[in-house]
Design a protein around this ligand. Structure first.
Ligand SMILES: NC(=O)C1=CN([C@@H]2O[C@H](COP(=O)(O)OP(=O)(O)OC[C@H]3O[C@@H](n4cnc5c(N)ncnc54)[C@H](OP(=O)(O)O)[C@@H]3O)[C@@H](O)[C@H]2O)[C@@H](O)CC1
Ligand SMILES: Nc1ncnc2c1ncn2[C@@H]1O[C@H](COP(=O)(O)OP(=O)(O)O)[C@@H](O)[C@H]1O
Ligand SMILES: [K+]
Length: 503
């Protein structure tokens, strides 16, 4: 699914009006009707009143139509025009159709709203072109002050948030839900900005499909159509060699759990064979915890500088992919071992956790990586690798430019994990939940990605499918309780995540 900029959304709007054809008032009616329906479905039976705040533009126009439609259905509705600026023509036309509309001329006129209800924020949408300040900012703060008592539902965007620019530190509505029209906006996907949206609900309003099909964008959100295109069912005549042999380099004294979690995920993702390379202290742990994996070992508790010997890489290029990093530690000997490995291996690779921390400590190693590896930093690891940025839009730009410059796939973990490709495109992953903010979740992701590469998926396909599967399995695991779920539960639900693709 494409993610459009505010300018492209205006173009989609204009294209729809010209080519459907439909007049702008009718398009507003359609968008507002979809929101009114969602509000009725969500709050029906609660007897909560609706308090609707409308701005001067078309976002305010949507609010006016929502007010009229809810009142027509017998709901208890109050609506205010927050009167600043010249109203848009469609806004003006709809003001006339809301006889109960009141006007707020100054912050002192902010209404009491005593009965707990639903505040609908239709102040500003994608037309916001500068930070809110003064009088308008005061209204935003007053509405946010009501968060405990009322649910706040923003229309299209939380007012104050710009679709494709950072609004860090600016006044902004903090919504419980945001009903956004037709497309995801970049700001809704970046933590620093998106947190103001609460839960985002995508509301289709029937913008013209020909515009969407033709428009060029670097940003995409993974959807089921994409996943089904990538996914390859197993061949009935397959044998275990068909699905590749993965090598996982993981674990150290006290961190063998990371190795076990990753190893299980490699196999659950579908790899044919797995060899895990662990330090001597981890041999029995790995063989006992996960008999499906073969195990190679060294004597030392951490990886030695001679680790090409037990790898037997020079003798037999038998592996299809190497996953490295979970729990390995960052000792100089381990770094040296990674350096030697990079001298021997130029195939598919996933680098995570301590492998990334080694690259941060010895940045010259970055240049030795084979092209088109997958690097999977969490935000702190990303900052250690590439430096700090002023806001999350800048961080996204840095992510994109590093993926292009280094010719690597870089996956920045988070609520909407961002996957930057060497060609400049970025894919955001929608699956996953806060239950996955638990130790070991990332190790599982490393295993899944390694397992998919082993089966012959190209790095971009493995990235998109693997991250989606990881989040989907996490969602299934969190269904009972996000608090009680642990990383092993993600592995336990991978089968069900795969099953969702096949439905
Ligand atoms: N996508 C679609 O197809 C459809 C979109 N629709 C809806 O249209 C919305 C976009 O509408 P829009 O373009 O009229 O802009 P909107 O967000 O109402 O704001 C513009 C007003 O705010 C003002 N203003 C701006 N910044 C300001 C500031 N900092 N402080 C104070 N004022 C500020 C600006 O005034 P000015 O800049 O001229 O001073 C102008 O008056 C979109 O989000 C969706 O809800 C649907 O109706 C139909 C289908
Ligand atoms: N709130 C959240 N929503 C969605 N996914 C999340 C959330 N919190 C964590 N995750 C996912 O869980 C994983 C955590 O990885 P990481 O921080 O490396 O964990 P660890 O180092 O403990 O293995 C990432 O894939 C991340 O995207
Ligand atoms: K809004």
């Amino acid at each position: 699914m494409k993610i459009l900029s505010a300018r492209q959304i205006r173009e989609a709007d204009a294209y729809t009006i010209a080519h459907e054809p439909v007049d702008s008032l009718r398009l507003m009616e359609r968008a507002a009707a979809a929101c009114a329906q969602w509000l009725m479905d969500t709050y029906r039976g609660t007897a909560r009143p609706f308090y609707i705040f409308c701005g001067p533009g078309n976002n305010g126009g949507d609010g006016l139509v929502i007010a009229r439609l809810l009142a027509d259905k017998g709901f208890n509705v109050q609506a205010w025009l927050v009167a600043k600026g010249t109203p848009s023509p469609d806004n003006l036309a709809n003001q006339a159709r809301v006889p109960f509309l009141q006007t707020i001329h100054e912050p002192g006129e902010f209404p009491p709203m005593e009965t707990p209800g639903v505040i609908v924020d239709a102040l500003f949408g994608t037309g916001l072109n500068r930070p809110l300040e003064g009088w308008t900012a005061a209204i935003i703060h007053q509405i946010n002050g009501q968060r405990g008592r009322h649910d706040i539902v923003s229309i299209d965007m939380p007012s104050g948030l710009m679709a494709d620019k950072s609004t860090k530190g600016n006044p902004c509505i903090h919504a419980r839900y945001t009903l956004t029209f037709e497309y995801w906006k970049l700001a809704l996907l970046l933590p620093e900005n998106g947190e103001f949206a609460g839960e985002t609900v995508l509301v289709p309003i029937g913008l013209h499909p020909a515009y969407t099909a033709a428009v060029q964008t670097e940003y995409h959100l993974t959807d089921m159509e994409m996943i089904r295109t990538i996914y390859r069912p197993r061949d009935p005549f397959a044998h275990k060699g068909t699905y590749g042999h993965a090598l996982l380099v993981a674990g150290s004294y006290g961190k063998m759990g990371a190795a076990v979690l990753s190893a299980k995920a490699v196999m659950r993702a579908g790899a044919g064979l797995l060899t895990v390379h662990v330090p001597g202290c981890g041999y029995e742990i790995m063989q006992t915890a996960f008999p499906e994996a073969m195990c190679e070992t060294e004597e030392q508790a951490t990886f030695s500088a001679h680790f090409d010997e037990p790898f037997r890489l020079r003798r037999a290029p038998e592996y299809d992919v190497i996953g490295i990093g979970p729990g390995t530690g960052t000792e100089p000997a381990t770094a040296k071992a990674l350096e030697r490995l990079l001298g021997l291996w130029q195939g598919p690779m996933v680098l995570d956790a301590d492998a990334l921390n080694i690259l941060s400590k010895w940045p010259s190693l970055l240049q030795l990586l084979p092209k088109h590896c997958i690097l999977t930093p969490h935000p702190k690891e990303f900052e250690r690798l590439f430096g700090a940025t002023g806001n999350h839009f800048e961080r996204l730009e840095l992510l994109r430019s590093k993926a292009a410059e280094l010719e690597q796939y870089i996956l920045l973990k988070g609520r909407f994990t961002a996957m930057a490709c060497p060609d400049g495109s970025v894919f955001f992953n929608p699956t996953g939940n806060p239950g996955m903010a638990t130790a070991g979740s990332g190790d599982v992701l490393t295993g899944i990605l390694t397992g998919l590469l082993a089966q012959g998926y190209a790095p971009k396909a493995a990235l998109i499918l693997g991250t989606w599967l990881h989040g989907k399995a996490g969602d299934l695991a969190a269904a009972v309780s996000p608090e009680a779920m642990i990383a092993s539960d993600i592995i336990g639900h991978l089968a069900n995540a795969y099953a969702e693709i096949q439905q």
